[in-house]
Design a protein around this ligand. Structure first.
Ligand code: ZN
Length: 296
């Protein structure tokens, strides 16, 4: 059980690193209650945190939270907690005693520190270790906040929240799409040389359809391609002139032939529709890539 959980946590932190940029040493914001409970369960805070996230940590505590401990310093066990809290780096939350005679609630203080600009994200990439359920619930709505708590003397790393998981999935998808686009773009450049400038309006349309549809399947592509059917002869002509001087690589004989050809011949070429062929290839590739990704 322990081994399995350990593996889970390692994987989870890898995901946080990949998708949200977490790096060691992880900055772990702890609240007063967490410090107290770790003492109560005879856990040393820093090593326990490090075992949980599988990496170096920098435990931090806000001014408000440590003030809460000092306010109760005469209570049983609190002295020990204060000593433990002193080992943490002090995080300035800006809630000074002059302005705030009472320390802010853990909820408010954490929120202001984790997401100072109210954008729903974890600006400084904090891991938050809090015993307060309300605090954890609040932070689950933010993107990319690993959450830790102690349950029956065991330190637990929460699974990724829905909000974070969705963000992660979205990012993966867009990365994947970008890869496909890049691959298609390259292919297009190899095949068409400077065509993309010449026939911007017409020629790019079908190929872009091939690039964008990482997931929207091949079906909507076909009718789209049928519309333009081949390059616009006017724009194609312009591109040809630029190319015509330099007899280029044998890679696209069809291209070249059309380029040099007078208007009469072009008609015959149109049927073959070189750009149509290229897009066809591209579509096939992207479909293949999608299929491949599905396997993964
Ligand atoms: Zn504060």
């Amino acid at each position: 059980m322990r081994g399995k959980r350990s593996k889970q946590y390692r994987k989870l932190m890898e995901q946080f690193s990949m998708s949200f940029g977490f790096r060691e040493p992880y900055q772990v914001l702890v609240d007063a209650e967490m410090v107290q409970d770790s003492c109560r369960f005879k856990m040393e805070l820093e090593p326990a945190l490090q075992r949980t996230v599988h990496g170096k940590v920098k435990p931090m505590i806000t001014q408000c939270e440590i003030r809460k401990l000092y306010a109760r310093k005469d209570e049983l066990g609190v002295g020990e907690a204060i000593e433990a809290a002193k080992l943490c780096e002090r995080r300035r939350c800006g809630h000074h005693p002059d302005e705030y005679p009472e320390p802010l609630s853990t909820l408010e203080c954490m929120r202001s520190v984790v997401d100072p600009k109210d954008q729903g994200e974890n600006k400084h990439r904090y891991v938050v270790a809090s015993q307060n359920q309300e605090v954890r619930r609040m932070l689950r709505a933010f993107r990319g906040v690993p959450l830790i708590y102690i349950k029956r003397s065991v330190m637990v790393l929460e699974p990724m929240s829905d909000e974070s998981a969705q963000t992660r999935a979205r990012e993966e998808r867009s990365k994947f799409r970008a890869e496909i686009k890049k691959a298609l773009g390259k292919r297009k450049r190899d095949g068409k040389a400077e065509d993309s400038d010449g026939d911007g309006e017409d020629g790019t349309r079908p190929s872009r359809a091939g690039g964008d549809d990482a997931e929207s399947a091949a079906k909507p592509k076909k009718p789209k391609r049928r519309g333009p059917k081949g390059p616009n002869p006017l724009s194609v002509k312009k591109a040809r002139k630029a190319q015509g001087d330099a007899p280029s690589k044998g890679a696209q004989p069809t291209e070249e032939a059309t380029a040099d050809a007078p208007a009469k011949r072009k008609r015959r070429r149109k049927n073959k529709s070189s750009s149509g062929g290229v897009t066809g290839d591209g579509a096939g590739d992207s479909a293949a890539a999608v299929a491949k990704a599905d396997e993964d």
